[in-house]
Write a protein of this length. Structure first.
Length: 244
């Protein structure tokens, strides 16, 4: 009689894999959509021209110093590249296969995150959400860079369990770009029943935008920690203690 362990996986394994694959597809598609939209949106001209056309956040940065404007465009490009590359680091491959591709994509992803972190820190004092934005987006940038560094250091030590854990946390912060837009939509809709007819949409947008500097990434980290624990990966420990 054949060994039952070789004939079929446990009944719960297939649904679990299916849910994981469905989640990966959803994250990948939303990441591609937001990255593509951002690149197309801000490839339409100078910030001054886009500000006159009321495109995106152009009006907020059109009057900023030249280095800040350069940081804005660099952030759009590098942040979008991180979104495009990040999901492929979590695509489940057969053991031992495609490792060179994983390393190459990983290096490009970490470089993109590093540059996007630096540009985000330059932009933070000029954000349109005031002090809430400065601390919210600034904290996001700092944690984004630190988790990327921890993931890189773990890979260099060949501690692949810790590497996976840190990269889950890091991509949760990268995914703040799609969740920011999701929360904006939700918060704008929530306001509609309580506003007078004819209320300016910009006022609804501004109210919503002042809530997202923390909301766009804190829940993502909660989900990331749940995934880390579910997979039995190492806990975060002292984040700042091993930066050097």
């Amino acid at each position: 009689m054949p060994d039952a362990t070789l004939t079929a996986p446990p009944a719960a394994a297939t649904p679990s894999r299916s849910r994981s694959r469905a989640g990966w597809i959803l994250v990948t598609l939303t990441s591609l959509a937001v990255a593509g939209y951002s690149l197309a949106l801000y490839a339409q001209g100078t910030l001054e021209a886009m500000a006159e056309a009321e495109i995106g956040l152009a009006d907020n940065y059109a009057s900023a110093p030249g280095p800040v404007q350069a940081a804005f465009f660099a952030h759009v490009v590098t942040g979008s590249l991180a979104l495009l590359l990040g999901p492929w680091q979590f695509f489940r491959r057969p053991p031992g296969r495609h490792r060179p591709a994983h390393r190459r994509i990983g290096r490009a992803y970490l470089l993109s995150v590093g540059l996007a972190t630096l540009t985000a820190l330059v932009m933070a004092p000029f954000n349109s959400a005031g002090m809430v934005g400065f601390f919210g987006f600034g904290s996001l940038a700092v944690l984004w860079g630190l988790t990327a560094w921890r993931g890189y250091r773990a890979a260099r030590r060949r501690d692949f369990a810790a590497h996976e854990a840190w990269m889950i946390r890091n991509f949760a912060l990268t995914y703040a770009a799609p969740t920011l837009r999701l929360w904006l939509g939700v918060l704008i809709l929530v306001q509609v029943p309580f506003t007078a007819p004819g209320t300016d949409f910009q006022a609804l947008f501004d109210n919503a935008y002042h809530a997202v500097p923390f909301l766009c990434w804190l829940p993502n980290l909660v989900v990331a920690e749940w995934l880390v624990r579910r997979r039995g990966l190492p806990p975060a420990g002292n984040l700042a203690g091993s930066v050097g």
